[in-house]
Design a protein around this ligand. Structure first.
Ligand code: DX5
Ligand code: ZN
Length: 223
């Protein structure tokens, strides 16, 4: 099993001081910057685009930026985010007419890529593209907003996804997004996840290092 990665979602950060917030959360021990892109079309909310990703790179952020596209269609924004310094680009299969082509596009542009499955989307959609996935991201809330509660059925899905990935022999990270905090991160890991998105659990606390340390301790205690 690969190392655990903690990916704070900047959706819950203070956008007026985004560069500093990202610096602070990385200094506090975060591994990856989770960057939620919403278009008020695929999901009922509107957030940030490639200019903001580029601005974080220009500000000096060198950590991996994990761009979670909640947009439809995806291909044009895959190109724009690859140009803007994205490291990982994931998208929802329902939002691309040609999923295999969109995955190839992101990879050809030098990014790690993968699919994001909504709570009601079955795992079958990944079966014939597993060789193209670097990441499988399972939503544990319905996409569109931070601060929602973790949907318990996700545990079954994480277990099944872990089995599929292990059986495939491919090197695919299993990331989970939504409603993750100190209280449930160990359970999410025990089900088979290795990459954890957390927005409000981290940014709504004054001390980011304290929350991230508590998350790491919870994960360590599992080993
Ligand atoms: C929801 C986003 C999540 C969100 C997670 O559509 O994809 O990344 O920011 O936020 P929390 O951790 O607050 O549930
Ligand atoms: Zn997300």
């Amino acid at each position: 099993m690969s190392d655990y990665l903690i990916a704070p979602s900047i959706l819950a950060a203070d956008f007026a001081r985004l560069g500093e917030e990202v610096d602070e959360v990385l200094s506090a021990g975060a591994d990856v910057v989770h960057f939620d892109v919403m278009d008020n079309h695929y999901v009922p909310n509107l957030t940030i685009g490639p200019m903001v990703c580029q601005a974080l790179r220009d500000y000096g952020i060198t950590a991996p930026i994990d761009v979670h596209l909640m947009v439809e269609p995806v291909d044009d924004l895959i190109k724009q985010f690859a140009d803007a310094g994205a490291s990982w680009i994931t998208f929802h299969p329902e939002a691309s007419k040609h999923v295999d082509r969109s995955l190839q596009l992101a990879q050809d542009l030098g990014c790690k890529t993968g699919l994001v499955l909504n709570p009601a989307t079955g795992l079958e959609v990944i079966r014939h593209v597993m060789d193209r996935l670097d990441i499988l991201l399972l939503m544990s809330v319905n996409p569109g907003f931070g601060g929602q509660s973790f949907i318990p059925e996700t545990f079954n899905k994480i277990e099944q996804a872990r089995q599929l990935i292990d059986d495939s022999g491919y090197d695919i990270r299993l990331e989970v997004d939504g409603g993750i905090g100190v209280a449930n991160i160990a359970e999410v890991a025990a089900a088979g996840a290795d990459t954890f998105v957390a927005g409000s659990a981290i940014f709504r606390n004054d001390d980011y290092a304290e929350v991230i340390d508590q998350m790491r301790t919870a994960l360590e205690n599992l080993r």
